[in-house]
Design a protein around this ligand. Structure first.
Ligand code: HEC
Length: 126
């Protein structure tokens, strides 16, 4: 009996660790519910390739400052239009120095609400 006892402690501890790591990052208290939802969508779908701290490359460019950058990337496109098109149609503009590696499936896998929330979150990255 004493031999099996540690498992009773270990299993809940592992479950707890699995739940508290990964998708959920700390949500700033100033975030609206939409921005908080967008942060979750980002953590699940985007954070494997995009950092949000400056100058950190994973597979894609850091999205720190993307709210400002997006306004100037493509002539005639405002930030909102550029962000939507980068997510739904990543081929439309390839960031210089990067490869065309971004998935082209987000138009299918993200709901309209997820996409809206995601854009709201990206606008907080100034
Ligand atoms: C498999 C890796 C990968 C994933 C996952 C990914 N991206 Fe990308 N992303 C890239 C790469 C590589 C580029 C640069 C090439 C290009 O422009 O398509 C990029 C470019 C971008 C750009 C343009 C950045 C700029 O400076 O103009 C935005 C915005 C962007 N991604 C947002 C997202 C969002 C939002 C998600 C999640 C829904 C996401 N990406 C998921 C790899 C990824």
């Amino acid at each position: 009996m004493p031999r099996t006892l540690p498992l009773f402690f270990l299993i809940p501890a592992l479950l707890l660790a699995a739940c508290s790591s990964g998708a959920s990052e700390d949500i700033p208290p100033t975030f609206t519910p939409d921005q908080a939802r967008g942060q979750q969508v980002f953590a699940i779908n985007c954070a494997s390739c995009h950092a949000t701290q400056p100058d950190m490359l994973i597979v894609g460019p850091s999205l720190a400052g993307i709210a400002r950058v997006a306004a100037e990337r493509a002539p005639g496109e405002d930030a909102q239009t550029y962000l939507v098109s980068s997510i739904l149609d990543p081929d439309a503009f390839i960031v210089p120095g990067f490869n065309d590696l971004m998935p082209k499936t987000f138009g299918k896998t993200l709901s309209g609400e997820d996409l809206d929330a995601l854009i709201e979150y990206l606008f907080t990255l100034e």
